[in-house]
Design a protein around this ligand. Structure first.
Ligand SMILES: Cc1cc2nc3c(=O)[nH]c(=O)nc-3n(C[C@H](O)[C@H](O)[C@H](O)COP(=O)(O)OP(=O)(O)OC[C@H]3O[C@@H](n4cnc5c(N)ncnc54)[C@H](O)[C@@H]3O)c2cc1C
Length: 400
């Protein structure tokens, strides 16, 4: 690597912060600046997720997701141990609710083995109830390597480490224009102008738009899928010990509503996956005209809706009906009742969609002259963030 002096990372979520952290370690003399539009870091996906450490069970062998989740979980756990971040490797059950799901459960087991996960075990009904006494279903896959963590705390430590090494995290700095210059870029933001030799775009829900500011074509677009959660009432939390997941539908990158024990106590159920009318639409009523227009004029979305009418409609109905949400949870834990559920928070996934209406399954990076864009970093992006940061450093090495 040569003597690049200035590097700007746009986006202060966990991926942007992990990238800045890794770049600072690799290039100690570089000036690293993170520009974040909000008044603090970690306000979007990184602060509104399930808080689960994913070990790489689901992803196609050889994909970036598989590679970076398998390596990333180890690195994340080591980071948490070193910096005192609350976390726990509590293990997870993926539950086949009836015989029709056994084939997919077995396929998941094989995939996990191909990805190098250790200690996976297929369990019968009695064995799975020793781990989760209230679980329903006919069989389960036990994934002992997975766990729970406080991702906002991870972001806080990353921010602190970046500053300790002389880097800066500038908040209130929404980037509104990017001008190419002979040696790099001028990033114009709401907190002033910043010159840089190299740019990294880690903008989550807005990464395609920031890419466009840098002159890229917006072929793949971000489509926001809101994930809503319920909390389980305190007196019923004994129904779930740790993590209980359904067998996911392989057509979608979403894992299905699950039960999650939170690292600071409590049990959450969710998230669903509803198309949102705003990229930062955390409430059902949130509407953003620009985002809505953007989505309506994207042919990919229409193709997606035509292909997945039923799923999209079912998700919408489930979003408005506690009864339907509860019914899907009862498939995993039959004793759960509607009155056990209290409305919880929500997160919005930045999911890239191709013009043909397919959801981009893998992490997606794109490099041009003096810029690297992260164009798809959905789950397990938080688990894999440190590994993604390292990947970005390696990919950009030739230009740094
Ligand atoms: C409901 C849900 C559940 C999930 N569960 C898990 C899980 O259990 N485990 C897991 O590993 N992953 C999970 N994920 C995925 C994980 O949260 C993401 O992969 C990860 O947070 C992505 O981080 P990011 O930094 O790319 O995005 P973000 O955290 O969204 O950060 C992007 C940042 O860019 C900023 N920004 C945008 N535009 C601009 C601009 N123009 N100028 C300056 N700043 C800008 C935003 O304000 C934001 O802070 C989940 C995600 C969701 C939504």
């Amino acid at each position: 690597m040569s003597a690049t002096r200035r590097i700007i990372i746009i986006g202060g979520g966990i991926v942007g912060l992990a990238t800045a952290f890794k770049l600072g370690r690799r290039l100690p003399s570089a000036q690293i600046t993170v520009l974040e539009k909000e008044t603090e870091v970690c306000r979007h996906q990184s602060g509104n997720n399930s808080g689960v450490l994913h070990a790489g069970l689901y992803y196609k062998p050889g994909s970036a997701k598989a590679r970076l989740a398998v390596g990333g979980i180890q690195e994340m756990i080591a980071f948490c141990r070193e910096h005192g971040v609350p976390h726990e490797v509590c293990g997870k059950l993926v539950v086949a609710v009836d015989e029709t799901e056994l084939g997919r459960l077995n396929a998941l087991h094989e995939r996990g083995q191909q990805n190098g996960l250790q200690g996976l075990r297929l369990l019968n009904r009695e064995q799975m109830r020793e781990i989760e006494p209230h679980v329903g279903g006919v069989a389960a896959l036990h994934v002992p390597q997975e766990g729970i963590v406080d991702y906002p705390k991870v972001c806080g430590i990353l921010q602190q480490k970046i500053s300790e090494r002389g880097g800066r995290v500038v908040t209130g700095a929404k980037v509104i224009r990017l001008q190419p210059q002979s040696n790099g870029w001028l990033a114009q933001s709401k907190a002033g102008d910043f010159e840089t030799d190299f740019l990294v775009n880690c903008d989550g829900l807005h990464c395609d738009r920031v890419g466009e500011l840098a002159g890229e074509k917006r072929e793949v677009r971000i489509v926001p899928f809101r994930g809503e959660y319920y909390k389980i009432k305190r007196e019923r939390q004994h129904l779930v010990r740790n993590l209980i997941y359904p067998v996911p539908d392989p057509q979608f990158p979403f894992l299905g509503a699950h039960f999650t024990r939170l690292i600071h106590g409590g049990i959450e159920a969710g998230p669903n996956a509803v198309l949102a009318f705003a990229r930062e639409g955390y409430r059902k009523t949130d509407f953003n005209a620009a985002d809505f227009f953007d989505a309506l004029t994207f042919s990919g979305l229409w193709r997606f809706l035509a292909r997945h009418k039923r799923m999209s409609w079912e998700e919408l109905k489930r979003s408005f009906s506690r009864r339907l949400f509860c019914e899907s949870l009862q498939r995993l834990v039959p004793e759960i009742r509607q009155e056990d559920l209290e409305t919880g928070g929500a997160g919005v996934r930045a999911q890239a969609m191709s013009p043909d209406g397919t959801l981009v399954q893998d992490f997606c990076f794109q490099q041009s002259r003096r810029v690297l864009h992260v164009l798809n970093a959905p789950s397990p992006g938080a688990t894999a963030s440190l590994a993604i940061g390292e990947e970005i450093v390696c990919m950009a090495a030739g230009q740094l």
